[in-house]
Design a protein around this ligand. Structure first.
Ligand code: HEC
Ligand code: HEC
Ligand code: HEC
Ligand code: HEC
Length: 197
């Protein structure tokens, strides 16, 4: 949607520039013309780059140290979210699976895959896999999964269809996102004392 609006806005701007240039073409003679033209060219190239890099589909999510795929595990193999994120119902921190958990399966499944060997390296040197965070929440916000899951909110209400993503397309959770849903479901809106602490 915003891409469409941006594209239309840029097109209108381009046409307006062309019309203006035509009207004031006498003023544009001499050195000013080429200069303005270069400025316009630079502007449109920048605009194009912004558009290109923000087009949906080009944003495939942060690269991880091991190309772990939720699509393969949670989707194709239908492993339950809670098998790997077991604390989601009762802790502030849902937890990411430790290497041991991966190896429970991968000591037997595709055990010689180069990435599984990489997992063994982490295991043998006792280094936790340095997973990179995909989601961001402002530091002063207190978010608790438990309260939400008790009300039968599915993971995908907030995280999207993770079981169809190879890499997690994370997002920055803005306050607007929390408020919109709280309004829709009649949850506490006067809770900002509880959220901001
Ligand atoms: C086999 C284990 C496994 C299963 C099953 C699994 N996950 Fe994950 N999950 C991980 C690992 C490992 C990471 C960290 C790497 C990454 O972000 O891809 C992760 C990261 C995430 C994150 C991103 C955390 C962040 O902010 O960086 C979310 C959200 C998530 N999982 C949700 C889910 C949901 C929802 C399901 C069920 C549909 C699920 N996971 C099933 C292993 C698993
Ligand atoms: C419950 C069993 C199970 C667990 C736990 C598990 N996996 Fe897997 N994993 C699988 C299966 C099944 C496949 C598909 C193997 C195949 O393609 O034949 C797979 C495939 C993979 C692949 C191959 C590449 C791909 O995407 O096809 C990688 C890498 C991988 N897993 C990493 C991990 C990591 C890292 C963890 C721990 C966070 C993990 N797995 C936890 C069962 C598991
Ligand atoms: C009401 C919205 C909401 C629902 C429903 C929800 N989550 Fe989350 N989840 C969040 C937010 C917000 C964060 C970011 C929290 C943070 O960074 O402190 C998050 C973070 C995570 C993380 C990353 C934790 C980390 O250590 O970085 C995992 C894993 C996760 N959620 C799994 C799940 C699973 C599995 C479910 C379903 C059982 C689920 N979530 C349901 C909003 C939600
Ligand atoms: C998909 C809908 C949804 C989203 C998104 C959501 N919430 Fe909620 N939230 C709820 C519902 C429903 C409840 C009521 C739970 C109950 O009745 O116990 C709730 C309850 C809460 C409570 C407890 C309020 C109280 O009564 O004390 C806090 C705190 C909270 N949410 C914070 C957040 C924050 C922070 C975010 C954004 C990161 C967020 N929520 C996003 C639906 C949502």
């Amino acid at each position: 949607m915003e891409i469409l609006i941006l594209t239309i806005a840029l097109t209108v701007l381009a046409i307006a520039t062309a019309i203006l240039a035509f009207r004031y073409r006498s003023w544009l003679s001499g050195n000013r013309g080429p200069l303005l033209l270069s400025a316009a060219a630079v502007f449109f190239v920048l605009a194009f780059l912004v558009l290109f890099y923000r087009t949906p589909g080009t944003d495939i999510g942060v690269e991880q140290p091991i190309p772990f795929s939720h699509r393969v595990h949670a989707g194709v193999k239908n492993i339950q979210c809670r098998y790997c994120h077991p604390y989601v119902d009762y802790s502030n921190n849902p937890g990411l699976p430790p290497v041991e958990k991966c190896l429970h399966c991968h000591n037997y499944i595709i055990a010689n895959h180069p990435w599984i060997k990489e997992e063994h390296r982490y295991y043998n040197t006792r280094t936790p896999t340095p997973w990179r965070k995909a989601n961001y929440l402002a530091e002063h916000v207190l978010f608790n999964h438990q309260r939400h899951i008790r009300r039968n909110l599915a993971c995908k209400e907030c995280h999207g269809q993770v079981e169809r993503m190879d890499r997690i397309r994370g997002k920055y959770f803005y306050m607007q996102f929390c408020i919109q849903c709280h309004r829709r479901l009649n949850a506490n809106l006067g809770c900002w004392l509880a959220c901001h602490s």
